[in-house]
Ligand binder design. Structure first.
Ligand code: SAH
Length: 220
């Protein structure tokens, strides 16, 4: 991965990292390095640049948002990504979360599914700045997963679902971990592990708000 210039933002990035650490959302040195290596301002529209390092979700396009930094650090830490793993992300959006995962897997691979063609293109352009060759953005309905490359060591859903789509469990390897926001108007972040004895809940934390996972084919 080659680094683009950080421009005028390093102070704000340092402040954001301090805030995430002090509030308990950033504890892992590798995740901190990923936040520094793939700066968020490279993944947002120009109109939002002033807010790149505020701890808020920001509009990107098609009424979608880049997730709040504290949510990205929490999900990434819970996912416990290891070098060499194969990861599936549902909801590419800006590509920022994909880039963070790409940094953490090293020579592993990230597949990320996005349903909006404009966003898939936006993410690909953002990712290009980093010369990453291990992120594959796939246009499609991520609620069906991406069986072509399954099984995955990790699956991350970055849009709200009423329940985790069953097809995603099928595409998870044994001892694999899946994380996603589950609920209605507000969601709980749920971390599950696939074991030889079935799916086991590891952690859950309430009061999250994500844009909805849109499920095609008339399924809710
Ligand atoms: N991870 C993103 C944030 C994503 S916001 C980032 O780092 O910026 C959620 C994204 O999920 C939106 O881009 C939305 O278009 C997408 N999405 C919603 N339903 C989807 C589906 N069924 N399949 C694929 N993408 C979906």
């Amino acid at each position: 991965m080659t680094k683009p210039k950080i421009g005028n933002f390093p102070t704000s990035l340092n402040n954001l990292i301090k805030l995430l650490k002090n509030s308990g959302f950033l504890n892992d040195d590798n995740v901190e390095s990923a936040f520094r290596d793939v700066p968020r301002h490279e993944f947002i529209p120009e109109s939002e640049l002033d807010y790149a390092y505020s701890n808020e979700p920001l509009p990107i396009m098609n009424k979608q948002t880049i997730s709040q930094p504290s949510v990205v650090s929490r999900m990434t830490e819970w996912l416990d990504v290891k070098k060499g793993q194969k990861i599936l992300e549902i909801g590419t959006g800006s590509g920022w979360q994909s880039a963070i995962l790409s940094y953490l897997v090293g020579d592993g691979t990230v597949y990320s599914v996005e349903r909006h063609p404009e966003l898939a293109k936006f993410a690909q352009e953002n990712l290009k700045k980093f010369n990453t060759d291990n992120v594959h953005v796939v246009l499609g309905d991520g609620s069906q997963g991406y069986s072509e490359e399954s099984p995955y060591d990790r699956i991350i859903i970055t849009a709200a679902c009423t329940e985790i789509p069953l097809s995603l469990f099928d595409q998870l390897s044994e001892n694999g971990i899946i994380i996603g926001p589950v609920g209605g108007n507000t969601q709980s972040l749920v971390l599950l592990k696939k074991t030889s004895r079935g799916i086991v809940e590891i952690k859950r934390e309430s009061h999250y708000v994500f844009v909805p996972l849109v499920r095609e084919f008339g399924k809710k």
